[in-house]
Write a protein that binds this ligand. Structure first.
Ligand code: PAF
Length: 282
């Protein structure tokens, strides 16, 4: 069956309603410019449910003024092709922002403490925008399950908590980061990198690897693991935004790192800001 594409919130709600008559519906929310990480989420969703809805919407409310909203990479024809190849049933790709933010829109979802450190601190209002749009997609779709990548691990935890707190009844499932062969985590924003920056971008993976090796060697002091990661990033000329060891569940800073503690990284390569993270025990 050819991939169906709906562009209005009304048609999206109806397509989801119809899909749910025959069984479970799984949702994969994205901002488009799909890569193999998104495609693996779509494949996981197709294993979970007979119907898979992918959403493609560059959500303006999660970008702060001065961030990359206007230049965020877009390729709808390419994205639709990838959705079709990977097993999506239908795609919701609003043609204008008013489908989700109509005139007079004024109600936002305010996340709690999970949204405060790291991305929350560096990008004020970001998770409020993420939670608001994801809440709207959950409300429209009433999906049984929704899939998110662990590259945005803090986002995953914030959305899991939101789904619980607001009784959406949508199971929020995180899937492992998909990486290039040299370790760089796939991200739509990798498209901003020049050839030379792309080569240096593996510093994020090197920093994660250095911290993991130190942890395996017995280092459990979060500050020392963070310092090691910072040094590794700086050696390759990246400007560190943060390097933080946090617990996987509540994202608090542990006294001593354990195997489930994660190292979270954000760093600039020129104007491009990249993030990565991983469990120290992996
Ligand atoms: O991770 C993303 O691509 C976005 O933050 C999301 C979850 C689709 C909300 O706009």
């Amino acid at each position: 069956m050819p991939l169906a594409v709906v562009t209005s919130a009304h048609d999206f709600r109806r397509a989801c309603q119809e899909a749910r008559v025959d069984g479970e519906l799984a949702l994969v929310p994205t901002m488009g410019y799909l890569h193999a990480g998104h495609q693996s989420l779509i494949k996981n969703a197709a294993q979970r449910a007979p119907a898979v809805a992918v959403t493609i919407f560059v959500n303006p409310s999660q970008f702060a003024p001065g961030e990359d909203l206007a230049r965020y990479p877009r390729d709808l024809p390419g994205d639709l092709h990838k959705c079709e190849l990977t097993g999506a049933t239908f795609v919701f790709a609003p043609t204008n922002d008013a489908e989700l933010y109509p005139p007079g829109f004024q109600t936002y979802v305010e996340p709690g403490p999970l949204a405060q450190p790291m991305e929350g601190e560096k990008r004020p209002g970001h998770f409020r925008g993420v939670c608001t749009v994801v809440a709207k997609l959950f409300a429209l779709s009433r999906a049984d399950a929704a899939f998110f990548g662990e590259k945005d691990y803090q986002q995953l935890r914030v959305i899991q908590q939101m789904a619980l707190d607001l009784n959406f009844g949508t199971e929020v499932i995180g899937r492992p980061i998909v990486r290039e062969s040299d370790g760089l985590a796939l991200s739509s924003r990798n498209a901003y990198l020049t050839r030379e920056e792309r080569m240096r971008a593996i510093a994020l993976w090197k920093a994660l690897d250095a911290a993991r090796k130190a942890f395996r060697g017995g280092e459990v002091e979060p500050a020392r693991l963070e310092e090691l990661a910072r040094e590794t990033l700086q050696q390759d000329g990246l400007r560190v935004d943060y390097a933080e060891v946090r617990s996987a569940f509540d994202l608090q800073r542990p006294q001593c790192a354990d195997a489930n503690s994660r190292l979270f990284l954000a760093a600039f390569l020129g104007k491009t800001r990249l993030i990565d993270n991983g469990a120290l025990g992996e």
